[in-house]
Design a protein around this ligand. Structure first.
Ligand code: FES
Length: 105
């Protein structure tokens, strides 16, 4: 006897897909909706050495930049310490001198 079921092929979409979905990963970059796992994947697969590289690979960090600290933390988890450009003391002194010169005129 063939049993008629109205529910055989018409499951609710959430119930049907819930067992096949990948575990969710937290969103690191809210501007561009990039998850932590996407960033970790880019680091593991590519030549990623900086936040800029992560942005090029995933777009994370390409908006308001408030996620850069979290991206740096993920880079550190992978043993990548980003080298930040160090402004020389002379450049800072020159900038202050220029500002003083323009305000005293
Ligand atoms: S939250 Fe990543 S750029 Fe704004």
């Amino acid at each position: 006897m063939i049993r008629k079921s109205t529910n055989l092929y018409h499951e609710e979409p959430e119930a049907a897909g819930s067992s096949l979905e990948a575990p969710s990963s937290p969103v690191v970059c809210r501007c561009l909706n990039v998850t932590e796992s996407q960033i970790r994947y880019a680091i593991a697969c590519g030549q990623v050495l900086s936040v800029r590289d992560v942005t090029q690979d995933t777009c994370a960090g390409g908006g308001c930049t408030s996620c850069h600290r979290d991206i740096r933390r993920i880079l550190l988890d992978h043993g990548i310490e980003e080298k930040r450009p160090v402004q020389s003391k002379n450049a800072a002194i020159e900038l202050l001198a220029m500002m003083n010169a323009t305000t005293t005129r």
